[in-house]
Design a binder for this molecule. Structure first.
Ligand code: MF3
Ligand code: CO
Ligand code: CO
Length: 270
């Protein structure tokens, strides 16, 4: 059997994994989170995003794992690093970080065939008040979404929890990118929207594995993709933040596979 076809599919084409499969996701998620912990001290004014990506590439190799992004649709790096008004899919490069720059680092690893996908926000140097609030609201929005994950709720409940929280804070939720099912593959059904109506969308079932990865802008939600075909930026050049966890639906709620072993999943960790 092709191992990627394990379990069964719902009528919406969402794979239902078995209890034993949670162990595979736990290992992959843990490594991805450890890498995000480990890179944190390197995020400083004066360094480049390429330097950060080189460290990540080596950390994946040293762990005996495989990067899910190197070679994915022609992408060449072990991480996406999205600085300031870059919403997502920023390509690591030689540009030097300056004091006050905020960045999302997104890492996906494959461990024994299981995918662990997670991202968080970092700051080079000092965080301004306004920017700290953007990051805090984005982080808390992800957890509002995670709190809505339990059997019987719908994917629309997740999106609605995120959107209503963010918009009450007068920030906006990006519509152009979404979370996704994952497991033995990187991107699978469903599209996990970070906005929507309560009660809409497929019903959550125990054994579903997916990411929640809201992108929140200080200004308007519209994005555009640059000529490199990857880098997505805010059209109004306002700052953008994102956090991502990989989760599995349990009988009573969910397990977060990508929690930081060091408890660092937050911009103000030190
Ligand atoms: N990790 C991203 C996600 O959250 C996908 C990156 S694909 C890449 O789904 F090719 F840009 F790396
Ligand atoms: Co993802
Ligand atoms: Co990701």
């Amino acid at each position: 059997m092709d191992e990627r076809n394990r379990g069964r599919l719902t009528k919406d084409g969402i794979r239902i994994y078995e209890e034993a499969d949670f162990a595979g996701m736990r290992a992959a998620g843990k490594l991805a989170a450890e890498i995000l912990d480990g890179v944190a001290p390197l995020v400083q004014p004066g360094t480049t995003t390429e330097t950060l990506d080189d460290w990540i590439t080596k950390a994946v190799e040293d762990a005996g794992a495989v990067s899910a992004t190197i070679g994915y649709k022609g992408y060449k790096h072990a991480s996406c690093i999205s600085v300031n008004h870059v919403v997502c899919h920023g390509i690591p490069a030689g540009k030097v970080l300056k004091d006050g720059d905020i960045l999302n680092i997104d890492v996906t690893v494959i461990v024994d065939g299981w995918f662990g996908d997670t991202s968080r926000m970092y700051v080079a140097g000092k965080l301004s008040r306004k920017t700290e609030r953007l990051i805090q609201i984005t982080h808390d929005a992800l957890f509002k979404g995670i709190e809505a994950v339990k059997p019987g709720n719908t994917f629309g409940d997740i999106g609605n929890a995120i959107q209503s929280y963010v918009e009450a804070e007068r920030m906006s939720v990006v519509r152009d990118f979404c979370g996704h099912g994952l497991g033995r593959v990187f991107h699978a059904p469903p599209n996990v929207l970070h906005y929507g109506r309560a009660g809409s969308g497929p019903v959550l079932e125990e054994g579903m594995f997916f990411t929640i990865e809201p992108m929140v802008n200080l200004g308007r939600p519209e994005t555009k993709v640059l000529a490199d075909d990857w880098t997505a930026v805010t059209r109004d050049k306002s700052l953008s933040a994102q956090f991502e966890h990989s989760v599995g639906v349990t009988a009573t709620g969910c397990e977060i596979f990508t929690l930081s072993p060091a408890g660092k999943f937050h911009p103000t960790w030190d």
